[in-house]
Design a protein around this ligand. Structure first.
Ligand code: MRU
Length: 348
């Protein structure tokens, strides 16, 4: 996507350096974080300098690439196994991370060159799939539609284009008159900080809404469709996505509004029969109790917004049962969230 008229991906490589748009600084500052080692790439994933399922999948694959370059090649496979364990331990929920490291690890059993090309393929395919998701998802968006989205499943989260936002970009590009309701997405505010920034850059009409306002707009008949991304989809279609997604799906069902999940097949985990087995990341309560942003004097500050001394709980994801999902928009088309449709698309 374009930032100040220059095309960027959310993450890319320059030799053995992994370059990432520092998402923690957005929307106030646009800065690139340069990782020169697998250790720094792990830190970037943990601290969410790079984030979003597809982008951390690419970060995992590129971290493996850094491990190949750093290896003395006496026992490359065992160096890569260590690297894989290190990268896989950074964040537990998004399937794409493990997909990225696994692909490079397995490719290295064939040859080093193949492993290198696989690392790049993970990121490149993420972009190709995001474009396809945009094309299929665009079919669901009619002229005049008001769309709600949660968190950030845009180009920052998927290397380029996005999952939930890709259909929105396509619909806008096709001249459809659309409006996007952007859930703020507390506690890290990926909606108000990142999705709003992306849509603003592209000139797409939108408004940020408080997380607890979604049902209100649904009840007023002001939302035509909800499209969200996904971090892991189980074999039966149950979907883990950013905390708060489940509430949106329940409200959408009540008001009979279509609720779609957009995700590449690399987000599916067919080894997990249902969503109850998806590990949910618990993050620090400080993310709930403190917020950071620009003070009126334009100084970047962090402030406590809760009762001093109160503990906060911070589950980063929740699981939406398949029965609440109207369909899953993938790079191979829109499928029903059922075991049968998922098996069919994976040729299982
Ligand atoms: O914790 P994050 O920001 O890495 O969470 C991932 C997400 O952004 C969302 O859950 C998103 O909807 C799916 S990622 C394409």
């Amino acid at each position: 996507m374009l930032v100040n008229n220059k095309h960027y991906r959310a993450i890319w490589t320059e030799g053995s350096t992994v370059c990432m748009i520092n998402q923690n600084l957005l929307p106030f500052q646009f800065e690139i974080f340069y990782s020169n080692s697998i250790e720094d790439t792990c830190i970037a994933i943990i601290s969410m300098i790079t984030r979003g399922a597809g982008s951390i999948g690419a970060a995992g694959a590129y971290g493996m690439l850094q491990a190949i370059y750093a290896s003395d090649k006496r026992d490359l496979q065992s160096d890569l196994l260590k690297a894989k364990k290190m990268l896989d331990s950074t964040r537990p929920t998004a399937a794409n991370l493990f997909y990225g490291t696994h692909r490079v690890y397995e490719a290295c059993k064939i040859s080093e060159d193949f492993a290198i090309s696989e690392a790049h393929a993970v990121a490149d395919e993420c972009v190709e799939h995001a474009i396809k998701i945009g094309e299929y998802g665009n079919e669901l968006i009619k002229d005049g539609f008001r769309i709600e989205t949660h968190c950030n499943a845009g180009w920052l989260a998927l290397v380029d284009y996005g999952s939930a936002l890709s259909p929105i970009y396509k619909a806008f590009e096709n001249g459809k008159n659309i409006f996007v309701y952007v859930d703020e997405t507390r506690p890290r505010s990926q909606g108000s900080r990142l999705t709003a920034w992306e849509l603003f850059q592209q000139g797409i009409p939108h408004a940020i809404i408080p997380d607890n306002a979604g049902a209100h707009y649904l009840s007023k008949n002001e939302i035509d469709i909800i499209i969200v991304g996904a971090d892991r989809i189980a074999a039966n279609g149950d979907t883990a996505n950013k905390i708060g997604t489940l509430e949106k799906a329940i409200a959408a069902k009540f008001y009979n509004i279509p609720f779609y999940v957009a995700a590449p097949l690399s987000t599916f985990d067919t080894n997990i029969p249902s969503g109850s087995e998806i590990p949910i990341e618990e993050r620090s309560g400080d993310e709930v109790n403190y917020v950071s942003g620009l003070a009126k004097n334009r100084q970047y500050i962090e402030v406590l917004i809760s009762n001093p001394g109160s503990k906060a709980l911070n589950p980063a994801f929740d699981v939406t049962p398949a029965e609440l999902i109207s369909g899953i928009i993938t790079e191979k088309g829109i499928i029903k969230p059922t075991k049968e449709s998922i098996e069919k698309i994976f040729d299982i």
